[in-house]
Design a protein around this ligand. Structure first.
Ligand code: FAD
Ligand code: PYC
Length: 416
């Protein structure tokens, strides 16, 4: 893989970036591939990368209707953690966290993974019982997790309002020290460059408009740039999953909702960690640029607009000010939305489907950014072997028939 140095950065700056070498090719689509991945977000690109790197499948294409990372990957609030309650979820997210820990080196691309820790606050006795149960479950699964009292939380986050007079007083928190944040679009770009270097065709502005079957088998996809054949198709389109499932004659147990995020003007460094509260219902971190990165829960209606409604903005700001009254004079700069596809048990689907050769990776809801490396890794295994890996076997579509749901609403951190 090519090395990129500070000298090449300086050279490109001096030539006004005019001769900047593209990070990946923009090939014309071929007539046929061994596998097609639909969706050029982090999960789709990671799937392509691990397929090429670990499973020797190089004649593959990623088809993206817009630009790489233009979906939820480039719209999320970048929180990465693995402190899920149930064994199956903890194992999948912890695999991902371990991959995060070596990702910049693996991709030779700085994804700015920052293990600044994540606090999940408790505000009443039941919160604290739930937190304690999750911390214990995490530790039994080898996932780092600590239970903190109010004094420990206040010491670590001096600006947090821990007054007993607060409407929702802080009683304590769970803390995962290995958790943190990463630069979201760098993740898409890093995977794209590394996949391209292994021969993967990454094709932007190529919308999939149909999925063709021959009886029970998938045979290819119709796109805005013509028909492309493939015996294996992996669908990784986040908020658009049910639309793509419909093209193949399948019904997905997901709902699409807008989820908003906000960033403030840049201020001096004041918050060196991530704070989440389920009860007050908001979360916040400070980016390396200095802006406060903020979010809360989904907009309750179904929709495909990447915007969201005013009531959620108001609710979110109230929650943040409840926790950090001192931010009341910080100006908000920008707001946007992504479309998340939520499953009834707040866990993803990484699965074969009733159509042979057709695989779905979806349902990550509000929490899939953290799973990007692990999801791509496990989904690549599933496509390559036509069988799930033991890490994603519990996340198959069958669970909605068998009833073996994995309810992670409590660990989602964001109501949905
Ligand atoms: P995406 O990045 O959405 O990629 C799917 C791609 O498919 C898109 O680029 C889209 O254009 C493309 N596509 C769709 N239809 C077609 C088609 N017909 N043909 C071709 N391409 C198509 N998760 C966390 O872990 N931590 C967080 O802090 C966090 N915060 C969030 C905050 C917000 C505001 C949002 C919206 C989400 C947040 N998430 C978070 C969730 C996380 O962003 C997603 O779960 C994750 O990024 C999904 O990645 P993906 O690659 O599956 O989807
Ligand atoms: O899953 O940790 C999470 C999360 C935080 C904000 C949105 N999702």
């Amino acid at each position: 893989m090519k090395k990129y140095s500070i000298f090449s950065l300086a050279r490109n700056a001096l030539t006004k970036h005019e001769n900047w070498e593209a990070n990946w090719r923009s090939p014309e689509p071929k007539k046929a591939y061994d596998a097609i991945i639909i969706g050029g977000g982090g999960h789709g690109l990671a799937t392509a990368y691990y397929l090429a790197k670990l499973h020797g499948m190089k004649n593959i294409a990623v088809l993206e209707k817009g630009w790489l990372g233009g979906g939820n990957t480039g719209r999320n609030t970048t929180i990465v953690r693995s402190n899920y309650l149930w064994d199956e979820a903890a194992a999948l997210y912890e695999k991902s966290l371990k991959l995060w820990e070596g990702l910049s080196q693996d991709l030779n691309y700085n994804v700015m993974f920052s293990q600044r820790g994540v606090y999940s606050l408790g505000h009443n006795l039941q919160d604290m019982r739930d937190i304690q149960r999750r911390v214990n479950a995490n530790r039994l699964n080898g996932v780092d997790s600590e239970l903190l009292n109010k004094e420990q939380v206040q010491k670590a986050i001096p600006l947090l309002n821990c007054s007993p007079d607060a409407r929702y007083p802080v009683l304590g928190a769970s803390y995962q020290a290995r958790a943190g944040t990463a630069r979201h679009d760098a993740v898409a770009w890093g995977y794209a460059r590394a996949a391209d270097a292994l021969g993967v065709d990454i094709i932007q502005n190529c919308e999939v408009t149909g999925i063709r079957r021959d009886g029970a088998k998938v045979v290819g996809v119709d796109t805005s740039r013509g028909y492309i054949q493939a015996p294996k198709v992996g669908v990784v389109v986040a908020g658009n999953s049910s639309v793509l499932a419909d093209m193949a004659g399948i019904r997905m147990p997901v709902e699409s909702h807008p989820l908003q995020a906000y960033v403030s003007e840049a201020i001096k460094p004041v918050l060196d960690t991530v704070v989440m509260s389920n009860a007050v219902h908001g979360y916040i971190s400070q980016s390396d640029k200095g802006d406060l990165v903020i979010g809360a829960g989904i907009d309750s209606y179904n929709g495909y607009g990447q915007r969201g409604s005013f009531t959620v903005i108001e609710h979110t700001m109230a929650a943040i000010l409840e926790m950090f009254p001192t931010f009341s004079r910080v100006k908000m700069n920008r707001q946007w939305g992504g479309i998340v596809d939520t499953c009834p048990d707040a866990c993803p689907i990484l699965s074969k489907t009733p159509v042979q050769g057709l695989y779905f990776n979806c349902g990550w809801g509000t929490g899939g950014f953290k799973a990007t490396p692990g999801s791509g890794w496990a989904f690549a295994h599933t496509l390559a072997h036509d069988e799930p890996h033991e890490l994603n076997a519990p996340f198959s579509l069958d669970r909605f028939i068998s009833g073996k749901l994995i309810d992670e609403h409590g660990a989602a951190g964001v109501a949905h």
